[in-house]
Ligand binder design. Structure first.
Ligand SMILES: *[C@@H]1O[C@H](CO)[C@@H](O)[C@H](O)[C@H]1NC(C)=O
Ligand SMILES: *[C@@H]1O[C@H](CO)[C@@H](O)[C@H](O)[C@H]1NC(C)=O
Length: 501
């Protein structure tokens, strides 16, 4: 049976070891299994391992220099093994202290705190996440650290530092990651076979005495390798400690996150731990997942024993989350459909939509009106042209025919304009433009102009027939000419306004 003591580690390494020889006579020390006629203390790592025994004491040293040790008549130092005994006839409860001063450059990896979270998902995965805060618990580095020095002669300069740690993961570990608060650390190596997976991680800098680093490793394990069923209950059977080799953990916390809905939780650990429970919430959880928390101080690799967490879990609970998702999506789509439909029907009946349609109608009508006015002006221009032709050719007949055609066109246009104005007036949206468009023309301006145009045309033709002098004709039509120009001006400005609507 192994025991650990916290390493006392100093500069060139001083280890005070008090061995109570009186133990030899006492069978009452329950945690020491006395099975061999020898007591061994193994100091080759920074974790002191003591094998219980009788009569002799053997201390295995790491192999460096031995400065001094307690000299006793029966003490013997052979290579790196220090032997006391065998002693005979010792009185009960007698003891004598032994002090050994030796060199030990082992990397004293000490984890101040490790939190190991084991999350069970019945969808086939056991997810492990381990947070480490590791310090080099050995002799402190004196002076400044020089990376150049270190890199040129790492094994001389950095003899007491360590650069990597090795984690022995279970064989079928997958999705392995290693990161710290800055991000993914790529200096890690992974290899493995059917028995184990080995992860070698390298912190961002070598660790010297007193330096520390924090990081997280995570990996997934197949559910069927670690969760079993027995007597209608399920249980997790997994090792307790950290997979890191040769690390002493001062404060170790294991959290087993069970699936939501787990009940009747029981824990079985082969050594005393402080147990408690908490609840963890993650996505889609309603009541949260029960978490078993186990805490233990001073954990060494020998604590890597199997422990079990028993719980009952109904498979129906497994379907709860997918059902929630399906229902959620279904409701979302229903909501979308309802929304789309409602939105359409609302917009068709809404007053704003209606108003828009009416306004579009008004605009179409206004455009037609504009077209009619343009035609008016075109007819007007044709009449003018016929008068000019008359003065040039003297062909009265053609001129009269042109006037007749214009008359017919004017009539036609007037009729159209009237109906358009009526429809415009009946539209509720016309109030926006009615005062300007309709009151301004009021169908009078255009008729007046038409009349004036015709009168002038008749006057000119008449004068021509009577063979009046040009000057007289001018005089006769001068007044009409003015009026026509004014009216035309008005119509053009109206057209301009309309085109801006
Ligand atoms: C993290 O680094 C490892 C190498 O150790 C690499 O295989 C992995 O793809 C990286 N992950 C991310 C997310 O960058
Ligand atoms: C847990 O697993 C280990 C290793 O596979 C096995 O030896 C041990 O019997 C298991 N414990 C239980 C309670 O099944």
């Amino acid at each position: 049976m192994a025991r650990s003591t916290k390493p006392l580690c100093c500069a060139t390494v001083l280890l005070l070891l008090a061995v109570v020889i009186g133990v030899l006579a006492s069978t009452a020390r329950a945690d020491l299994v006395i099975s061999k006629a020898e007591r061994r203390v193994d100091l080759t790592s920074h974790i002191v391992r003591v094998l219980a025994s009788l009569r002799t004491l053997t201390i295995r040293l790491p192999g460096g220099r031995v400065e001094s040790y307690t000299r006793q008549p029966n003490a013997k130092l052979v290579d790196s093994e220090l032997k006391y005994g065998p002693s005979t006839d010792l009185p009960p409860f007698s003891y004598s202290p032994v002090i050994v001063h030796f060199e030990n450059n082992n990397p004293f990896a000490v984890a101040r705190e490790v939190v190991r979270e084991i999350e069970i998902s019945h969808w086939g995965n056991v997810q492990i996440t381990e947070h480490y805060n590791i310090v080099h618990g050995g002799a402190r580095l004196k002076g400044e650290f020089s990376r150049i020095d270190y890199q040129s002669r790492p094994y001389i300069r950095g003899v007491s530092s360590f650069r990597h740690l090795i984690a022995r993961l279970p064989p079928r570990a997958h999705s392995i990651y290693y990161r710290d608060e800055i991000g993914n650390i790529s200096t890690s190596h992974l290899w493995g076979d059917s028995k184990k997976t080995q992860l070698e991680i390298e912190p961002r800098f070598p660790l010297f005495g007193g330096w520390q680093t924090t990081f997280t490793i995570g990996y997934g394990l197949p559910l069927q390798d670690f969760v079993f069923t027995a007597n209608g209950k399920r249980f997790l059977n997994i090792t307790f400690g950290s997979p890191m080799e040769e690390v002493l953990i001062e404060k170790f916390t294991v959290k087993v996150v069970l699936p939501e809905g787990s009940k009747d939780i029981e824990v079985s650990v082969p050594f005393p731990t402080k147990q408690s429970q908490e609840v963890k919430y993650s996505h889609l959880d309603i009541v949260g997942r029960p978490v078993v928390v186990l805490e233990k101080l001073d954990v060494i690799p020998e604590h890597n024993l199997y422990f079990q967490v028993y719980y009952s879990f109904n498979n129906i609970s497994l379907l709860r989350e997918p059902m929630m998702l399906i229902t959620g999506f279904f409701l979302m789509f229903v909501a979308c459909i309802v929304y789309m439909r409602t939105d359409m029907s609302i917009s068709k009946n809404s007053s704003s939509h209606l108003a828009k349609l009416q306004w579009d109608e008004v605009q179409a009508t206004v455009q037609k009106i504009q077209g009619i006015f343009e035609q008016y002006l075109a007819v007007h221009d044709k009449l003018e042209a016929s008068l000019r032709d008359l003065s040039r050719t003297g062909d009265i007949q053609t001129c009269k025919a042109a006037r007749k055609a214009a008359d017919a066109q004017f009539k036609e246009l007037s009729k159209e304009l009237k109906s358009l104005l009526t429809s415009l007036q009946s539209s509720p949206q016309s109030y926006q433009i009615w005062p300007k468009v309709c009151r301004r023309l009021d169908c009078k301006g255009e008729r007046e102009m038409q009349e004036k145009l015709m009168t002038r045309h008749s006057t000119v033709v008449d004068s021509f027939e009577k063979k009046l002098r040009g000057q007289d004709v001018e005089n006769r039509i001068a007044q009409q000419q003015q009026k026509i120009a004014a009216l035309r001006q008005e119509i053009e400005s109206l057209l301009e306004y309309i085109s801006e609507i």
